[in-house]
Design a protein around this ligand. Structure first.
Ligand code: ADP
Length: 366
């Protein structure tokens, strides 16, 4: 198969008019951060912020020009503003945040953590599979753009979603439809995204996918509470957020930060999950409380949010997700699977019964 190169892409883009006085998009200097991986191409058009929404047709043309090149399997082009426009929230009627319109998706729930490595992705994937087992139509959106792990955890590593040039068709496994930047870049070699591009790339991924009708979309958020997380929580119409924490005090401190971030942007907190809360000895089944457990439950109470449940530190949880068969799927009768199912049922009930209200969808005006 023809190997597409940067030069081919630039040549193709020379045929795309910038829509701003005769120059093409390369002559304007807008083309940035071209990434090519096994025939999948992504890049940004860095445009003046005031022109942003008007240039959607130019973005679409650029995408088509590259997609039509021999050897290109998918093309993802995002518009980014030179001045980080996406990060300054624009006041809007009612909700105070201008949000993406995602018709067909009833509720979106963010799984978040104040810092990395607490098991947020492991929780997200197991909760998603559990929701599917409860009969929901489930999507999982991997927004952990710096360390996308969903292709591996769902047993889809190395596969590519099919694109028909306008829409990307999500891959599906264990009853869950999934989209992840990990399908385009290697997990161990993630793209070093420049911050203005992150939100653009995430939004494009969300919008370009033909999700179909979905009851609950689980979002695996990027860890931490920086600009990306804040923008994401404002731009995506979240029905609520779940905070994952480990019992160490320091992680709980981070969990509070996560919680406060969502409160600031008026996203309802559905509750907290304590991960790796205690250790079960694989040979004798003895329970060992390595850290003082129950911290998340206490913190949840203090912060007036619900405690949704806890999961032990158990090799089986890691091994099953590493193998691409989350424990809820691999061993649905195990106590761990039951714990995830119980948590998933609580989340589903909260989203369904109006304990949380979805903010109205407001289109981004393109
Ligand atoms: P995060 O998304 O917060 O960075 P991950 O979900 O990627 O964290 O988990 C980090 C590591 O810990 C992974 O190797 C994962 O398999 C492992 N892990 C997560 N939760 C558990 C658990 N309850 N028991 C054992 N290993 C776990």
């Amino acid at each position: 198969m023809t190997q597409v190169t940067k030069d081919h892409i630039i040549d193709a883009l020379k045929t795309v008019d910038s829509g701003t006085g005769g120059l093409d998009v390369t002559a304007r200097g807008w083309v940035q951060d071209i990434v090519i991986k096994d025939g999948h191409v992504a890049f940004a058009l860095e445009v003046p912020p005031d022109l942003g929404p008007k240039l959607e047709p130019v973005r679409a043309q650029a995408e088509k020009a590259v997609y039509d090149l021999p050897g290109v399997l998918s093309a993802t082009v995002v518009l980014t503003a030179e001045k980080k426009a996406a990060q300054s929230p624009q006041p809007n009627s009612g909700s105070g945040r201008e949000q993406l319109a995602l018709p067909g998706i009833k509720s979106i729930v963010a799984i978040a953590s104040g810092k990395g490595g607490v098991g947020k992705s492991t929780t997200a994937v197991n909760v998603a599979v559990a929701l599917a087992k409860l009969g929901k139509r489930v999507a999982l959106f991997d927004a952990d753009i710096f360390g996308p792990s969903m292709p591996r955890m769902l047993g889809l590593a190395g596969q590519k979603p099919h694109s028909d040039g306008t829409k990307v068709h999500p891959l599906e496994n264990h009853g869950v439809k999934v989209m992840s930047i990990g399908f385009m870049v290697a997990e161990d070699n993630p793209v070093v995204w420049r911050s203005p591009m992150v939100m653009g790339a995430l939004e494009q991924m969300l919008k370009d996918v033909d999700w179909g009708d979905i009851d609950i979309m689980v979002v695996d958020m990027p860890p931490g509470t920086g600009d990306t997380q804040l923008t994401m929580s404002q731009r995506v119409p979240l029905a609520g957020a779940v905070i994952v924490s480990t019992p160490q005090d320091i992680a709980l401190l981070d969990a509070r930060k996560g919680l406060n971030m969502f409160r600031k942007v008026e996203v309802p907190i559905l509750g907290m999950i304590e991960n790796m809360s205690h250790y079960i000895c694989p040979s004798c089944g003895h329970r060992e409380d390595i850290f003082s457990t129950g911290g998340a439950e206490k913190t949840a109470k203090e912060l007036e949010t619900d405690f949704l449940g806890d999961l032990p530190l158990d090799l089986k949880i890691r091994e099953t997700s590493d193998a691409g068969t989350p424990i809820v799927s691999a061993d649905p009768d195990s106590p761990h699977a039951k714990a995830y199912l119980d948590i998933a049922a609580k989340i589903a009930a909260k989203v369904d019964d109006g304990t949380t209200k979805s903010a109205p969808n407001i289109s981004m005006g393109s």
